[in-house]
Design a protein around this ligand. Structure first.
Ligand code: ME8
Length: 532
């Protein structure tokens, strides 16, 4: 299936602390998806950025004795550096402190108000500062503070401490959207993936949706966007944050009767809304799968096509989190193992339905797959000793029964890969590539090209063997580009594959080809041995 455009998003990250491997994971999944759609010929867009308003940030800045904006500048920069370091090919990096964003949020607010979904009311409830969320009485429970032994109340969902809070603020008529949301989920079976998350969301909605408080008193929280025409109130940070997905599209659009309109001048992404995939962690599903579609429905804007929620990385089976302090530094890990091997590890072993346990031992194991199955095969079939003319032999005229299994796997692989990625089973798609590579290595080994090369009468067979090994590397190289963009670029360049012959379609068996030269540069080794 050809997609003409694909718009993928990452969550925008809180700047209350520096990035860890969990943030890198969300970004790598989103980037892999974006590159996958580009591989299929789509104009693919990716946006990422930082979420900079709210009490949590205000408090973190105070703790660091910095004015909030300076504190935000500093931490936001480290998230941007992480994206750049990890080869995240974002089209737009948004910061919620940018003027273009304040304009979009105010416009959405005004729209919701105009359509009658905002009213002023007294709000009371259990408020969790860490989650920036109010919870109803059936969403909290008693617990004991680990440090002080004091009895406290916590959210059953997030485990965070909550306090009873009363204030006058603005509310959004979320309760009006129970039926429409259930219908949306019903009509769009892949709107929330995977299914355990979808079931959870359906349950939450069926338990009943209370109207949502969407402002805070400015006296209690001034680090945020003011409510239009009522500056004594600050817009709730989640309404602010979610709107980022519209801001990067140039919202507010200048609309006419039947036209969604052009984006504002500064936007690099125009008319890409609705998002194809919002990649999020399972901790923020409620916000993306309930609040966000409800806001959009209220504003009569199109809904995102999919919320893809991944599970968490644990370390030693405990959730990795800034507050717990058991986090892996993504910069350090990429320095040690290289960017692409870390991306590969995260995509292949990360959990969707269930959490995955992070360990460097497993990164090393995956690195060895790459070096042993792919790097090694590439080296062998392009080595001057076996391939002295440095060419890709012509497509074999006669097929040999000894290559049958490999030929079948090669022919089936692109379809399996595509299907797996469409259904967001990334590990399955990648495993299929390595299953093919295992067969390719076996074929190479069994046919002993190092003997064939010594016997001129075996030239045709040698060519067939080299051809199949190179073809296996070429197909693997094309398919793995979304996951290992830089390494696969090196591989394909080494094979002399021109940049316009690297799309998903090019991974399917090709028409007969005559002999072509390999690329010139055969150094350095694709996956060098890791230093102890
Ligand atoms: O929630 N494993 O920002 P945040 C996997 N600003 N992923 C993890 C993770 C872990 N251990 N820890 C964090 C926010 N993440 C809001 C989002 S969007 C409009 C606003 C990932 O900095 C995961 O995707 O707390 C999670 O949802 C995201 O980081 C939250 O990052």
């Amino acid at each position: 299936m050809k997609h003409s455009t694909a718009f993928i998003t990452t969550p925008i990250y809180y700047v209350n602390a520096v990035p860890h491997i969990g943030h890198l994971y969300s970004s790598v999944i989103a980037d892999t998806l974006k590159r996958y759609y580009a591989l299929k010929g789509a104009d693919a867009y990716l946006c990422t950025g930082t979420d900079e308003h709210g009490l949590k940030i205000q408090q973190a800045a105070a703790k660091n004795n910095a004015p909030p904006i300076e504190f935000c500048n500093q931490v936001s920069k480290s998230f941007k550096e992480l994206s750049d370091a990890a080869d995240i090919s974002y089209t737009s990096f948004i910061r919620t402190t940018e003027p273009r964003h304040a304009k979009a949020v105010a416009a959405l607010w005004t729209e919701l108000e105009k359509k009658g979904y905002i009213y002023k009311g007294k709000h009371e409830g259990w408020y969790a500062v860490s989650d920036e969320a109010f919870y109803a009485s059936n969403q909290v429970q008693e617990a004991v503070d680990e440090k002080t032994g004091e009895k406290i109340m916590v959210s059953t969902e997030s485990g965070q401490r909550v306090e009873w809070t009363e204030e006058e603020n603005y509310k959004f008529k979320l309760s009006a959207f129970e039926e429409p949301l259930l219908k949306w989920i019903d009509d769009n079976p892949t709107a929330i993936v995977p299914s355990n998350r979808k079931n959870e969301v359906t349950q939450w909605i069926k338990q009943g949706l209370a109207d949502l408080s969407i402002s805070r008193l400015r006296s209690r929280l001034d680090w945020g966007i003011p409510v239009p025409n009522d500056p004594g109130h600050t817009i709730y940070v989640w309404l602010d944050a979610l709107t980022n997905y519209l801001t990067v599209n140039g919202y507010p659009w200048i609309t006419t009767e039947n036209n969604k309109g052009e984006g504002t001048q500064n936007s690099k992404i125009t008319n890409a809304w609705p998002a194809d995939v919002h990649v999020v962690g399972k901790d923020i599903v409620r916000f993306h799968a309930i609040y966000w579609p409800a806001f959009l429905m209220a504003a009569q804007l199109p809904l995102p096509k999919q919320i893809l929620a991944h599970a968490h990385w644990t370390m030693g089976k405990q959730k990795m989190s800034k507050s717990r302090g058991n986090v892996a530094d993504p910069f350090q890990v990429m320095n040690t193992y290289g960017v692409d091997p870390v991306r590969y590890y995260l995509v292949r072993d990360g959990g969707f339905a269930d959490d995955g346990d992070y360990s460097e031992e497993n990164i090393i194991k995956r690195y060895k797959d790459l070096a042993g199955q792919l790097g090694n095969l590439l080296n062998r079939c392009t080595a001057p000793s076996l391939n002295p003319n440095a060419t890709i032999p012509a497509t074999p005229k006669n097929s040999d029964a000894r290559d049958e299994t490999l030929r079948t796997k090669l022919a089936e692989l692109p379809g399996i890969f595509d299907e797996s990625f469409e259904s967001r089973e990334f590990g399955k798609g990648i495993s299929a590539v390595f299953d093919m590579l295992a067969e390719a290595n076996k074929n190479f080994q069994d046919n002993k090209p190092w003997d064939l090369v010594k016997d001129p009468s075996q030239k045709e067979r040698l060519d067939q063997v080299i051809y199949h090994a190179i073809e296996s590397c070429r197909v693997a190289g094309i398919l793995l580009q979304p996951v290992l963009p830089s390494k696969m670029n090196t591989l394909l360049t080494r094979l002399g594959v021109p940049s316009e012959k690297r799309s998903l379609l090019d991974a399917y068996p090709q028409q007969e080809q005559s002999e072509t030269p390999l690329g010139e540069n055969r150094e350095p080794v694709l996956f060098p041995r890791l230093k102890k």
